[in-house]
Design a protein around this ligand. Sequence first.
Ligand code: FAS
Ligand code: PHB
Length: 391
Amino acid sequence: MRTQVAIVGAGPSGLLLGQLLHKAGIDAVIIERQSADYVLSRIRAGVLEQVTMDLLDEAGVGQRMHREGLVHGGFELLFKGARHRIDMQALTGGRQVMVYGQTEVTRDLMDARAAAGLSTVYGASEVSVHDFDGERPQVRYTSQGQQHELSCDFIAGCDGFHGVCRASVPAGAITEFEKVYPFGWLGVLADVPPVSHELIYANTERGFALCSMRSATRSRYYVQCPVSDSLSRWSDDAFWAELRLRLDPQAREQLVTGPSIEKSIAPLRSFVAEPMRFGRMFLAGDAAHIVPPTGAKGLNLAASDVKYLSTALIEHYRDKSAAGIDSYSERCLRRVWRAERFSWWFTSLMHQFPEAGGFGQKVQEAELDYLVNSNAAATALAENYVGLPLQ
Ligand code: FAS
Ligand code: PHB
């Protein structure tokens, strides 16, 4: 088999890249180790930046997002029992975010790919990548008991943090930067109306909490939990009781609880692999970087990587230009590190770090007080949250 671009991974990165390349008449095959249902079952991101919204429109899959998504102009910070609204729209000259779950983005991309009759191999095993630093890259995999060799011009490693592509790069050719946080997020999805019409980020003595949503009837909540915590400790009642303890009286009063339809614990880490290009193989999305979800940047960074990569590949095939390919890694990493910084900063501000002691706690309180009383500080938060413009 042969294709122009072999994409490993059918998460948002791989699917969006496949769609943008298809729109440009470039052939790509996606190889995914899980089933489509399994990919859809993973509950992850909830907030899209304008850059991501624009990309989904460019890919021709934004219709349902505009119909069903929720446009948000602000969010609230809750600390010391009081809520403070960050008016993103006013602070950034009108920019907003879209609350629309990653599951729905993935579904829209899957539907578009199927409608176009494009090739996606689900349930592939023994996936390996070869000769990506040479002239004849190949992806090998087993599907339905048959071994396959897919020859291609380029490989896009869209296979997430635990994928095979980054792992196949020789140790001497890659540098990894990592910070692991001493806590995780316990998340619950439930078909109950959100506690508020906007997101609430809470920093309380008991730990961080986030009140988010997927629609007017489906809510997404998170509480900071020990990294060693296990789901067996968290019945639905235990979760709702803990969340209540981390809310202000008004939110506590308005909270509607119900049975969880998904419950999971995610570890938090910051991670970047440099560079993001190895000959004819490119890493995009979680395959190259991870951010703690506090800043809602993970999915959005994946989207901007894919924008840069699709543009580079289109220039290669259409204009016979290597400029985009040669600058891909540098362009991505400048944006990646700005998002890494913001996500680390917002995580450090909003979570409890017992090891930081009394001084750390007081510095956190002073920064929160400064943030909600300084237009300059709030503007910095707002412009990072809505997403920095593409360079
Ligand atoms: P993904 O990990 O989504 O997709 C990679 C795909 O590659 C997967 O389908 C995987 O099965 C496949 N794959 C892996 N190895 C393979 C192999 N060897 N061969 C073939 N296929 C292979 N971001 C936010 O903005 N907000 C959040 O709240 C948030 N919560 C998250 C919670 C969790 C538990 C996790 C893990 C991530 C969360 N993220 C969040 C980040 C998340 O949204 C990612 O940024 C997003 O999924 C990135 O998409 P991809 O790069 O496509 O990677
Ligand atoms: C979510 O809705 O899942 C979500 C929203 C904002 C975040 C993280 C997660 O910062």
